[in-house]
Design a protein around this ligand. Structure first.
Ligand code: KIV
Length: 293
């Protein structure tokens, strides 16, 4: 393990010191390497993979095997950031032994150092079983996209006194179960602030306002690659889709107009042997009425 490697303890330490925890998702080697080299603390191989990379209409479609495949690619690109594998729909809410085995695959095959699970009280025994198997767990409450059909869409959660109380108590229960941090997704900032104050483990917000201990965004959202919908909390830090399209249309134009490749982008045959190959070529039977090259 590299000396710089971010661990769950270091992340908890950051909360104690009042230092912000900066996290992002990644899904492949190339981007994970860039994210890691930018000094991001934690990389989540999110099940948002399903939508932003694989093109499914929600996060429910992605499978364990697809998640493992992408987690492996991410871990090949990362030296320092802590890597968390996001457990996909149906991989942890049935049989507890299956859940532990699936979590173990992220560590053993994928090279992740922890897993993330969505939910509250109903998964406390599962979280405890994972931790007993030496697997570190991150919680995720508020808007839990794997439950969108139950929730009725990508809706802000915890907007009533009752549901807000429930979120605060659930966060405490997750902490008591042993999670090392909790993602708070799409909840009012005032409630996220209360949760953050009430916990020793860090909160990582996405659509949960500025008072969380850290933040996470989906990489393809913040880079402006995936633009199929834009929730209120999302800020585009780049407009990569436009820049990529511009680069591709420049390439197309240059090839069509015979600008690219020019000779500076081409390999040379040795000058001293050029006459020999040209005269050999002209003597070949397949060369009919061609002029000397
Ligand atoms: O899948 C994902 O990218 C996530 C983050 C939005 C927290 O769960």
């Amino acid at each position: 393990m590299s000396l710089q490697k971010v661990t769950a303890n270091k992340i908890i330490e950051k909360k104690k010191k009042g230092e912000k925890i900066v996290t992002l998702t990644s899904y492949d080697y190339a981007f994970a390497k860039l994210v890691d080299q930018s000094g991001i603390d934690l990389i989540l191989v999110g099940d948002s993979l399903s939508m932003v990379v694989l093109g499914y209409k929600n996060t429910l479609a992605v499978t364990m095997d697809e998640m493992i495949h992408h987690t492996k690619a991410v871990s090949r690109g990362v030296e320092n950031a802590m890597i968390v594998g996001d457990m996909p729909f149906l991989s942890y809410k049935g049989d507890i032994n299956d859940a532990v085995k699936n979590a173990g695959r992220f560590i053993q095959e994928g090279g992740a150092e922890a897993v993330k699970v969505e939910g509250g009280k109903e998964i406390i025994p599962t979280i405890k079983a994972m931790i007993n198997a030496d697997i570190q767990v991150m919680g995720h409450i508020g808007l839990t996209p794997q439950a969108i059909y139950q929730i009725g869409g990508f809706l802000v959660q915890g907007k009533t006194v009752e549901t807000a109380k429930n979120l605060i108590l659930t966060a405490k229960e997750l902490q008591n179960a042993g999670v090392f941090s909790i993602v708070l997704e799409s909840i009012p900032w005032q409630i996220a602030k209360l949760i953050t104050r009430s916990l020793d483990v860090p909160t990582i917000g996405i659509g949960a306002g500025p008072y969380c201990d850290g933040q996470i965004l989906v990489l393809h959202d913040m880079l402006g690659i995936f633009k199929e919908f834009k929730p209120k909390f999302l800020k585009y830090f780049e407009n990569l889709s436009e820049r990529v399209q511009k680069a591709i249309s420049n390439y197309k134009q240059e090839v069509e107009q015979e600008i690219y490749p020019d000779l500076t982008h081409s390999y040379d045959f040795p000058q001293e042997e050029l006459d020999e190959i040209n005269s050999w070529y002209l003597k070949q039977s397949f060369v009919k009425n061609e002029k000397k090259p």
